[in-house]
Design a protein around this ligand. Structure first.
Ligand code: CAA
Length: 281
């Protein structure tokens, strides 16, 4: 397949990597050449590590990298499917979907890696809502096995079938869910992370103690603060806002402490500081 990935950050870069590793021809787009180069560097590092561990030959590594081509310009994209992995903001995504609608072949599928934004709304911004679908990967994309596939109200069966098969070809397990605030993954995950932040805010425990409780008591690979930093605190806040707005239920209200961190620009790993601090890599 010919795949366009919009966004070369941690999610978009990961999606480009798994698609290229599965044999897809990938175009990688972002707002600047630097952002694309950053994504390509991360992909090269991941593949290099796989070579060092003996899980990939050098030849395959270069073949995978060779299948990913940058395309900075918003010009017609000769592709079968676009997977949008831009920032988690409705106006940004709507704008991208409107542009993709005019710049991709009429038969192309337009998928979004959104973690919470309505697929029905994205579909309605285009002239082809039957071809718009959610394809929600998990971070780190090369490692996590799930792709949550979200049908909008107008999504066709043919679109769903193609995307399910693509996710399977990417080595993932697709799970079908309906378009609803937070879908399944973030409706269940984000209130837990928010509750951990409330527990900190109310002085019930420290960051380290709450993380230790969840790691050792529940066998979670990361504690809630480690995971929140890993996801990005701005992304977590956006998802909670979608849940809060979507259900109008106070149980989803974002903890004021989370908002305070985001206001400070302490966004987690990507900004070098969140609940923990991270050395520059
Ligand atoms: N990219 C590629 N590969 C990576 C990676 C990355 N960023 N980070 C780790 N890996 C690989 C390592 O190379 C290693 O591979 P091998 O086993 O083949 O050697 C493997 O993952 C394990 O890594 P480590 O031994 O370094 O570390 P770990 O055992 O602590 O695992 C982890 C790291 C996989 C990230 C683990 O901590 C984990 O599963 N954490 C939870 C992640 C999670 O919940 N993700 C979902 C977030 S929610 C989301 O993404 C969706 C949303 O909408 C918000």
């Amino acid at each position: 397949m010919k795949v366009l990935v919009i966004g070369a950050g941690q999610m978009g870069g990961g999606i480009a990597q798994v698609a290229a590793a599965a044999g897809d021809e990938v175009l990688l787009n972002d707002r600047s050449q630097e952002l694309i180069d950053g994504g390509l560097r991360t992909i090269a590092r991941n593949l290099e590590r796989a070579v060092e561990k003996g899980r990939l030959t050098s030849e395959d590594r270069y073949a995978i990298e060779g299948r990913i081509r940058p395309q900075l310009a918003w010009e017609p994209f000769a592709i079968d499917i676009a997977i949008e992995a831009a920032t988690e903001k409705l106006d940004v995504k709507l704008e991208i979907f409107r542009k993709l609608d005019t710049l991709t072949p009429p038969a192309a599928i337009l998928a979004s890696n959104t973690s919470s934004i309505s697929i029905t709304k994205l579909g309605a911004a285009t002239s082809r809502p039957a071809s718009v679908i959610g394809m929600h990967y998990f971070n780190p994309v090369p490692v996590m096995k799930l792709v949550e596939i979200i049908r909008g109200l107008a999504t066709s069966q043919a679109t769903f079938d193609t995307v399910r098969d693509l996710a399977t070809a990417h080595g993932k397990t697709p799970v079908e869910v309906r378009n609803f605030p937070g879908f399944v993954s973030n409706r269940v995950l984000c209130p837990m992370l928010n509750e951990a932040i409330f527990a900190l805010y109310e002085g019930v425990g420290s960051i380290e103690s709450i993380d230790t409780v969840m790691k050792l008591g529940m066998n979670h690979p990361m504690g809630p603060f480690e995971l929140a930093d890993f996801i990005g605190l701005d992304t977590l806040l956006s998802i909670l806002e979608v849940l809060y707005e979507g259900f109008k239920d106070s149980k989803y209200r974002p903890c004021p402490l989370l908002r305070e961190y985001v206001d400070a620009g302490w966004l987690g790993r990507k900004s070098g500081r969140g609940f923990y601090t991270y050395p520059a890599s």
